[in-house]
Design a protein around this ligand. Structure first.
Ligand SMILES: C[S@@+](CC[C@H](N)C(=O)[O-])C[C@H]1O[C@@H](n2cnc3c(N)ncnc32)[C@H](O)[C@@H]1O
Length: 271
């Protein structure tokens, strides 16, 4: 079952309004990961016209970076369940002047029938920090399968998610990252202590955190071929918020790693 039925976190206007300053200030590697993904896309395209679909677009930070590096943009499809997120994203995309009349906003859930809204086959499907909200593997697989079906042959699928296995060192590192982000959220005045508790519940209980290995298995299962995997490794030892804010190095990692990653990125193609 899709998570939205038990969470309205991203529908809260206050969460949306503060989203950008929150993630940019409390996820030290957020902008670096976006730039990294944009570089991969820049090298992928080979001069052909690109239709782009982004799932869980949020406020459109990744989208704007991708638009900036895509030479020939065709249609841009932006899907999210949150109207407030979509309207902020649209504002930014239009302001960038890069896609003006070719943007389609799709206010739907990942598991809804959104294929009919995507009128041309995208050659790139991008996503960032949104599939952990799918708690059941069978749902994640259904969504990946929809992406596989709609993607153009030879097209690129990108996922980037917080990663850890469900127990052991890897889960401890993930929980320390959340504890450190909570300190930064409070210190930056992004949330009240009550909101921080709600956010912690959202990321520790409602989200399903998978290892990169588990994401890779789900992607391979629907037919994708992984071409690159990268990540920000979280320390195995205890680390405080001062160590956390210094984490910015993106490394190539094995797609079968169980190591905790602040962000794990998988690039795969439909052959
Ligand atoms: C953590 S935000 C990430 C936003 C953006 N991709 C970024 O990296 O900044 C997750 C986004 O996924 C959307 N989302 C979560 N679950 C969803 C679902 N089941 N269907 C559609 N959108 C969903 C939320 O509304 C939110 O905008």
């Amino acid at each position: 079952m899709d998570l939205i039925e038990n969470s309205d976190y991203f529908l809260d206007k206050d969460v949306v309004k503060k989203y950008d300053s929150n993630v940019i200030s409390t996820i030290p590697f957020y902008s670096e990961c976006i730039e990294f993904i944009a570089k991969v896309v820049e090298n992928f395209q080979g001069g052909k016209k690109i239709d782009l679909l982004e799932l869980g677009i949020g406020t459109g930070n990744l989208t704007c970076a991708l638009l900036d590096c895509i030479e020939k943009l065709g249609n841009l499809y932006c899907l999210d369940m949150s109207e407030s997120m979509l309207s902020l994203a649209k504002e930014k995309i239009l302001k960038s002047g890069l896609a003006a009349d070719r943007v389609t906003l799709i206010k739907k859930l990942f598991l809804d029938d959104w294929e009919m809204d995507v009128k041309s086959k995208p050659s790139i499907i991008s996503s960032m920090m949104c599939f952990s909200h799918l708690i059941n593997d069978s749902d994640a697989k259904k969504v990946f399968d929809k992406c596989y079906q709609i993607l153009d042959s030879g097209g690129l699928f990108i996922i980037s998610e917080k990663c850890a296995s469900s127990n052991g060192m890897s889960r401890c590192s993930y929980e320390r990252m959340i504890a450190n982000r909570a300190i930064l959220l409070e210190r930056g005045g992004f949330m009240s202590s009550k909101q921080i508790e709600a956010w912690k519940y959202h990321v520790l209980v409602e989200d399903k955190i998978r290892s990169l290995k588990e994401w890779a298995a789900l992607l391979k299962n629907v037919g994708f071929v992984i071409t690159k995997s990268s990540g920000i490794k979280l320390p195995n030892t205890n680390f405080n918020e001062r160590d956390f804010v210094l984490l910015k190095t993106i490394e190539d990692v094995s797609s079968s790693t169980e190591q905790a990653l602040g962000m794990g990125m998988i690039f795969c193609i439909k052959t």
